[in-house]
Design a protein. Structure first.
Length: 339
């Protein structure tokens, strides 16, 4: 069964063709980082306009690279949320239009669930319950996976997502947006023990995360106590790698510590990780202490992509007894991951 997957939740336009949930025939992505760099974050209207410009040509390219025609596509899968509402509308309405024109069914899937599916694609025999860890620019959450499509939220961030914290700390350090990979590079030259930063504590929920205090720790260390974002950096340039290393170590240790505690507490038999921050090599090193097998997104599927949307769409379609969604499907800026 051939599925066309469409992803437009944020600042990547992506289309892929995937066979039977696993075999990736094409996976094309147009990233918008150049467009948003000047703003230090995603500018929603610009994101929509770029999706509008590239989505149809990208769909043609995905079909061409897969070596198939539209008549061979059996299902269209689209990310219906969470994400920027205008961007989501564009993706969902395009999926409906293609479904109508090609006379094929379509399904809307959760972007967060798709990030986890990007790791499940590499696992032939998933064992449940498993722990899902989604760490990206927009999300930081722990979920108990009871079975394919059955989730129970354990904890999430109460302020910044971890990728967002990497991006903002990167900007403070004078690194280009999106700064996650740049912070990692700088941290590799630093000593994480030179500065002592503390992760945030969330009252009444041991499984939740808070990264805004850690971000402020970095700000005050770089620019002086009680300074604001616009203040000049007072610390010497050669201290920056140590700050990056201490920030990275504190943020990542916090994720690994809570994830492994959750594995123990909830009796999880595997860990599936998804989202852009899974590209971080130090994180991968830290997870080597896991007592259960750890699955990472397949190569090329850490950041937002259409293959994870197509792959998950196949599973969702099978679960719905091969029924597509109705044409009144609405995109949702927030979707809870629940049973
Ligand atoms: O999954 P993704 O493409 O977008 C969302 O769904 O949010 O993740 C992008 C995020 C950005 O915040 C980026 O800075 C972060 O992933 N990221 C990293 C690394 N590579 C990407 N963070 C830390 N270390 C990295 N190597
Ligand atoms: Zn994402």
């Amino acid at each position: 069964m051939l599925v066309l997957g469409i992803e437009t939740t944020c600042d990547e336009t992506a289309v892929a063709v995937v066979e039977s949930g696993k075999k990736i025939l094409s996976n094309v992505v147009v990233t918008q980082t150049d467009l948003h760099a000047a703003y230090g974050g995603v500018f929603p209207e610009l994101a929509c306009r770029r999706h509008f410009d590239v989505l149809i040509p990208l769909t043609e390219r995905a079909l061409q690279e897969a070596g198939v025609t539209s008549s061979q596509i059996d299902l269209i899968s689209v990310a219906k949320g969470p994400g920027l509402i205008g961007a989501l509308f564009l993706g969902v309405e395009t999926a409906k239009a293609l479904a109508l024109a090609w006379k094929k069914p379509f399904v809307g899937v959760s972007h967060i669930e798709a990030h986890l599916y990007a790791a499940m694609m590499g696992c032939d025999q998933p064992r449940f319950p498993a722990l899902g860890v989604v760490i990206s620019g927009g999300h930081t959450l722990l979920v108990k996976i009871q079975g394919m499509g059955e989730y129970e939220s354990i904890g999430q961030t109460v302020d910044d997502a971890v990728g967002e914290a990497f991006d903002k700390v990167g900007v403070m350090l004078g690194l280009p947006y999106p700064a996650g990979p740049e912070v990692e590079k700088l941290a590799a030259q630093g000593d994480p023990r030179r500065y002592c930063f503390k992760p945030g504590v969330v009252k009444n929920n041991p499984w939740s995360f808070s990264f805004s205090g850690l971000k402020t720790n970095v700000l005050y260390t770089l620019k002086g106590q009680n300074s604001d974002k616009t203040a000049p950096v007072v610390l010497q340039e050669e201290e920056k790698p140590h700050i990056a290393a201490a920030f990275q170590e504190t943020a990542l240790q916090e994720i690994v510590r809570k994830a492994l505690a959750a594995v123990d507490h909830f009796g999880c038999r595997m860990i599936f990780l998804g989202g852009g921050v899974t590209q971080n090599q130090r994180l991968r090193e830290l997870f080597k202490t896991s007592p259960v097998p750890v699955y990472w997104p397949l190569p090329g599927l850490s950041l937002d992509n259409g293959a994870m949307i197509a792959g998950l769409g196949y599973q969702v379609f099978l679960k719905k007894s091969s029924q597509g969604d109705a044409f009144d499907l609405q995109p949702l800026p927030r979707i809870p991951l629940s049973k």
